[in-house]
Design a protein around this ligand. Structure first.
Ligand code: PMP
Length: 354
């Protein structure tokens, strides 16, 4: 760190992404990527853009924005396309958090919320999840500030029903509620439906998980036209060309290929069900995850010990050292073959400890 860095940034604890080791070939079940390649239509459209890379992309991503608006049955002016949902979330922190409006989020949730709060220099209020990891809805209803809620939550995978989300949004229409739906396509209901009634709601989604485009960096926000205009204002004041040509084209292909998307989501749901039953038969406790990951703890081996043993055996999962969840691991649902290897390795590890 140089002596020139601004004070606020010097004390920042940046987000730590899941490991991407290069020294050995791992089965990667640690960053919730899709095991399936992008749709062929996404690949074809993206390739066609390569010869146009000397030209700036369309900053409004008009074709993609229209396709997303059509898919989610909202107006074109209700959609913003960004560089991953992380960027939409960051824009929301910039737009709606300050001294008077702290960022409000759960104690166990997506780790980036705290980093974004620190980045924009706003206070944050952490509301503890209940002992069973369920969301304390009444606490969120009462909270003063801008609410950031991942649904399904990460890393628990637990879903909050739409009527509970509506209660939170309706409780105070003078504050913004951001629902981060990075994992919504694997079994939760989207809050987009609520936008017909509420103008204080922002829903963020991503192409990184269910649409197999994590490497392209593409996400979007859906809200009332006024909130979208706020976010556009921030986008055009930082980087109007935040989505490159190939990514926008890949996104268009992916959103047009509904059948491939649906089939892949179903495969993940089926493998999740299978892997959860296998883990439970081995003595694990799993949350009722509706995401593309399982959140599991063993009655025979600690969370960190299992993470390390699996890593040694060539399977990467995500372990968090946070006290409340240190016994657990978050395990991405990969292909059925990958899940079979995971279960076989866990059996071997548990066997060796007998
Ligand atoms: N929200 C949640 C809850 C996530 O887990 C992630 C992925 N790490 C994101 C947002 C960001 O996803 P992306 O920027 O790839 O769209």
């Amino acid at each position: 760190m140089s002596k020139f860095l601004k004070e606020g940034y010097a004390s920042l604890a940046p987000y730590v992404p899941g490991e991407q080791p290069k020294e050995k070939k791992y089965i990667k079940l640690n960053t919730n990527e899709s095991p399936f390649p992008p749709s062929m239509r996404a690949q074809t459209l993206a390739k066609a853009e390569l010869e146009k890379l000397m030209l700036y992309p369309d900053p409004d991503c008009k074709a993609l924005t229209k396709a997303i608006a059509k898919r989610y049955e909202v107006g074109d002016n209700q959609v913003i396309v960004n560089n991953g949902s992380d960027e939409t979330l960051y824009f929301a922190f910039l737009a709606y958090c300050d001294e008077k409006r702290p960022a409000v989020f759960l104690d166990i949730t997506y780790g980036f919320y705290q980093v974004f709060a620190d980045m924009v220099g706003c206070p944050s209020v952490k509301i503890p999840l209940n002992a069973d990891f369920s969301v304390p809805v009444d606490e969120l209803k009462k909270a003063n500030g801008t609410i950031f809620l991942a649904n399904p939550n990460a890393p628990t995978g637990l879903v909050l029903s739409l009527d509970k989300i509506e209660e939170i949004v309706a409780a105070d229409r003078e504050r913004v509620v951001v629902v981060d739906e990075a994992y919504v396509d694997f079994g939760a209901e989207s809050s987009v439906k609520l936008l017909k009634k509420y103008d204080n709601l922002l829903v963020t989604q991503t192409f990184s998980k269910s649409r197999s485009l994590a490497g392209a960096r593409l996400g979007f926000g859906i809200a009332g036209a006024e909130i979208i205009a706020d976010l556009q204002r921030i986008k055009y004041s930082t980087n109007p060309y935040n989505v490159n040509r190939t990514t926008a084209a890949a996104g268009l292909g992916a959103i047009e290929d509904e059948a491939y998307f649906q089939a892949n989501c179903q495969k993940i749901i089926d493998s999740r069900t299978w892997a959860k039953a296998q883990l439970e038969s081995l003595g694990f406790t799993c949350t009722d995850s509706k995401a593309n990951f399982l959140f599991a703890k063993s009655d025979r081996i600690g969370g960190e010990a299992l993470y390390l043993a699996l890593k040694d055996a060539g399977v990467l999962v995500r372990h968090f050292k946070t006290e409340r969840i240190k016994d657990y691991n978050r395990i991405t649902v990969g292909s059925q073959e990958e899940m079979q290897v995971l279960i076989d390795k866990i059996k071997t590890i548990l066997e060796a400890r007998k």
